[in-house]
Each structure stands twice: as C-alpha cells, then as structure tokens.
Design a protein around this ligand. Sequence first.
Ligand code: ADP
Ligand code: ZN
Ligand code: ZN
Length: 646
Amino acid sequence: MDEPQAVEVAFPIPEDRLFTYLSHRRLEVGVRVLARLKNRKVKGIVVNTEARPPEGIELKPVERALDEEPLTGPYTLKLGYWIAQQTLCSLGEALSAMLPSAMREKELPLLEDSQEFHRIENLSEEQTQAVRMIVESPTGWFYLQGPTGSGKTEVYLQAARHVIDTGKRVLYLVPEISLTFQLIDQTRKRFKRVAVLHSALSPSQRLREWERIRKGEVDLVLGARSAVFAPMDNIGLIVVDEEQEMSYKSQAVPRYHARSVAMILSKWQGARLVMGSATPSLEALHAIEEGLFVRLRLSRRLAGGAQPQVHLLDTRQLNEIFSPELAQAILDTHTEGLQSVIVLNRRGYTNLYHCRHCHYEMQCPHCSVPVTYHKSRDLVICHHCGYSGKSPPKCPNCGSSEVGWAGYGTELVEQELRRLFPQLRLARLDSDTVADRKQAAGIIKGFAGGDIDLLVGTQMIAKGLNFPRLKTVGILNADIGLSIPDFRSAERVYSLIRQTAGRAGRYRPDGQVYIQTYRPDYWVMQAAAQARDEEFQKRELELRKTTRLPPYTRLLRVVLRHRDVGKVKADAAALSLFFERSKTGSLEIIGPAPCPLEKLNDWYRYHALVCGPHVHELREIGHRMRSWKSPSRSVVELDMDPYHLR
Ligand code: ADP
Ligand code: ZN
Ligand code: ZN
C-alpha cells in the first residue's frame, strides 16, 4: 500500500493559511477535495502535494476527493497566486472563483459543431494592415480603435483564423455574452472547435465545456469575464473586445479585472493581445500614450454604412416622454419600411413615489434608494436588493392621499409607444422581459428578420448587435448616470451614448440618432453628439490629471459594513486611526465617510479611498488591512482599482 500523502489545501476563506491533510489516494495539484475545517466540511483545492507535515501534529485525512483529474490548466495556480496578490484576497478565494463549481458527471455528450464557412473575401486596406500587424508579430499588445461597424470583429476573426491555422489557440473575451448570439453564431460557423462560456450555462454544462478546453479539444474559447480563467495552454491570441466595459471588473471577491488578467496571461503564454473599442477607456488611452500598446486604427464603416446624423433634443420644457421630433422620426422610419430602437437605461414603470403634502419619497426599507413601480406585477421593487411590496395608496408618512409617481422606465415607455403607434409591431428587451435567454434570442432574431418594427429596452440592446434595417435610434433621458457621484460618470455616459448611437446606420447611409437630454449644453453631451471622441478624451484626461484621479493615480477602496449603524461609525473612526499609523510616503486618504449608498440590504456602509501614484504602496497598505480587525467587527471589503464608488 502507498504511503499516505500529505497535501496542502486552499479554502475559500479570507485568511491566507493553507491546511495540511492526509490522503490515502494519490492526489494531483488542482483536484478539488472535501475536507473538515473547523467542524464543517468545506470544498477546497489541493495546491501542494509535496507538503512536509508539521511535526507532532496528527493530520486529519481528507474526507473525499471530488475529481479524478484536476480542473486546472498549466497557468491556473500561478494565476491564482497573482490574483490573490493583486486583488488583496487569499489564494483559496481566488481559486474557488476561477474554477467551476459543479460535480463531474459520467457522460460527456458531444456538442455538435457547424461546418459551414463564411468569409468576407475583401478586407479593407485598414483591416488588412491591422490583421497583418497582429499576425506578423508572435507577441505584443495591440489596440484596435475604430467606430462601431468599422469591421473590428472581422479583424479579430481573421487574426484568429491565422493563429488557429498555425496550431495555436485563441481566447476571445466579450463583455456580456448572454446577448451576443450573433457573434456566437459567427464563431461557430467559422471555426470547428469552439467553446462558449456564457452566464446562462448551467454549472454542469460549464464544467463540460471546461473539460473539453482542458483536454485540448477546443481551438477558440469565446466568453465573458471569467472565461479568462479557462484552462487553455498554447494560446496565440487573446482578444478583449469592448475593452472599456465595466463588466470586465468583478464586483465580488476576487475583485479582478479581466483586462489585467489578459495582459499578464499574454505575457506568460507568449501570446498576442488585442484590445478593441470605439471608445477606449481612459486607462487604455493612457497605456497607449505610454507606449504599451501599438494602436491600429479603422476609420470608416464598411457594410454600406455611414456615421449617423445626431440630434440633441432639449427636454427641459417637455411634458411628454417623446419629443415631437423623435415621435415623427419613428413614424417616418416605419413609413419607409425601416426600423427604430429606443433605449432608456432604467427599467420598471415609474421610479419615484412621492407625497405632494409632506414631500415624503418612498425608499426601499432595506436600502437608501428609491423604489421603482412595476405595473405589470403591481409591485414596488428595489433594484438593489430585490425587495418587493405593495404600492401604498396613502402617504406612509402623513396619511395624505395626494401621492403620485414620477419618472419613467422602459415599462412605461413601452406602454406610451403602444398608445402613440398602435400600428407598429413592438417588443421590449430588458432584464424584466428576458428572464430567459431563449426569449431574448427570439426577440433579437425577430427584429433582425424584420418581424418587429420597434424595439425598446435598456442598455442591453445598445451593445454589439447588428441590424441591417435599423435606421433610427432614440436615447431617452441620456443624463441618467451623470448625477451619480463617481468620477467615471461622464466617461460612462459618453461611451453609452456613442455605443447606442453606433447601432444606427451600420448598413445604411441615412442612420439617425435622437438624444433626449436635460443638459443639451453640457460639453460631454455635445462632444458625444458630434462624435468628437478625441476632444472628449483629451479634456477628460486633463481633468483626471489635475484632480489626481485614475489613470494618473491608483485607488484602493475600503468599505466597512455592519448591520448596526453605531458600530460601523465606530469602526470608521478606528479605520481613521489605522490610516494615520500606517500611511506611507505618497499615499493620500479620503474619508472614511458614509457611502453614497449608505444602506444596502440592511447593511450600513462607510468607505474610504486610498490614493497614490505607486501601486506597490497601495498594495502594501491593502495587505496590511487584511489582517486589521475592526474593533466592532464590521465586515471589511477591499477593492483595488474600484469601478463603482456607490
Ligand atoms: P465592429 O466590430 O467594428 O463594430 P463588424 O466587424 O461587426 O464591426 O463589422 C460591421 C459590419 O461590416 C458587419 O456586418 C461585417 O460583416 C461587415 N464588414 C466587415 N468587414 C467588411 C469588409 N471588408 N467589407 C464589407 N463588409 C464588411
Ligand atoms: Zn405625506
Ligand atoms: Zn433595497
């Protein structure tokens, strides 16, 4: 019989410790095990099989191995250590988020792959040049910048073709995969051995795809953020499309950014990295300026499209939802036999319940945000914690019946559109109507095929979709988001407007965009409407520089939360003291102060920002914070390079 083996296991717990167990079966690094930890059975991952057992302590055996073979690829463990170091968490926390959670099943049904090929025969001059630059150099970082519809996707796919033909593999990241049916179709058509990792896969389907990738049965992995952890070796090309999208940053531990992971992975694997966007993030622009990326440009629309004509509509005096110009445009578009899209970045019916008598505004009982009324279900709903309740007929504060709702969301917009244009075939696409991915696919196919005249929805429909007969795009309340106290709000609004506008006229010379706004004179709105991207970027970068904000400094956000408001306050004071003691050199501390979202899901929240030009200094204080115990036991959350400050 074999000597029992001592193995070190990492668990998804905040402490950095690894735990040693005995195993009577040979286990490999990367295998998941169930083991007893403080009287609970916890799932962990074997990270070392040559552990020297601590002397004089009797080791417990692992309860059970969950895998015959490891789930990890050649870089997984190294990446786990890197993520833990970079995002201030433990190795176990990092690894458990990187690997699939499902159990293996015995049978592995084969997925059928399409054999059909489709190629655009003639790349444009610029596309040819871009593809050549990418494939000629075996490594290196490139930034493909070009307006929506300028053929970036085609460049990625052609470069992928070349890389795969030379025996290497491709990792293709997109921000949110669930609605990118069109891209999924395309990649499946062009390449034989494809894995698609999207959020709608069940855990066991995900595991199955994972296994195929690990066994080398796949040449191209298409997926969202966490696909960057796919256990793939021999990568020749990593694509990060729509690089500026915030969804690449994880909002839960480990709080990694897929863009940074892609950068390090490309170094380790000796692969090319291509990021692309019409509106690069300011971080990327800074990196391009620093010479880290080679910029490749595409300048014009190819499929018969032209940049759309953009109209800014002042809604300050408007009493209806639709300005007459936009309403007329929708009608004219329909008369021409063409289609329109209306985008509003707020779902629900109305979003502000208020009392005209005492000015009470109804907030979620668990969060410090207003609730939204959803008419179809006759419920008020909190979009932050999911609370739902009945809409009170009288003011809960003073009993007056002079209560009403204000503001509007996609549900009300849909109703209004049906009233104004009963002759149009209309569909709504937002997370309320598309609980189901199939349904969403149906709506998108219906619109692409011309069975729907008018599509209304949230930013979901603003991204990545190609509709040949789409002429008119309306953006309602384009200002949503500008009032959020976050230094990136202008950047976000700008990029959303540019992307949404980019849906129009991809295949037509006569695309038109109507932007309804309360701030038509605001320079960000004007720049977005006139597509003055470089001016926007230059001004915003200068602003960031003078105010010492990213990309010119780095940030570490510390959030304290507690169910007791007094305790979190006390801990905020203690945190101040901690900073006074441990602040080094060039670091600057802002706060602690209540978060903009002071109460969330019954947790009271305070936050502080640590800013500084040197990331190693930030990480140092961050790692020290990890062992800081808040005196009143508030939960401490650390977020390096945060993307939300709410
Ligand atoms: P982007 O990714 O920049 O938004 P796409 O790659 O999706 O742009 O291209 C937009 C449209 O133009 C697609 O329908 C695509 O098939 C088409 N297209 C791309 N390259 C060419 C080309 N060289 N000639 C004609 N049409 C093209
Ligand atoms: Zn009242
Ligand atoms: Zn809530």
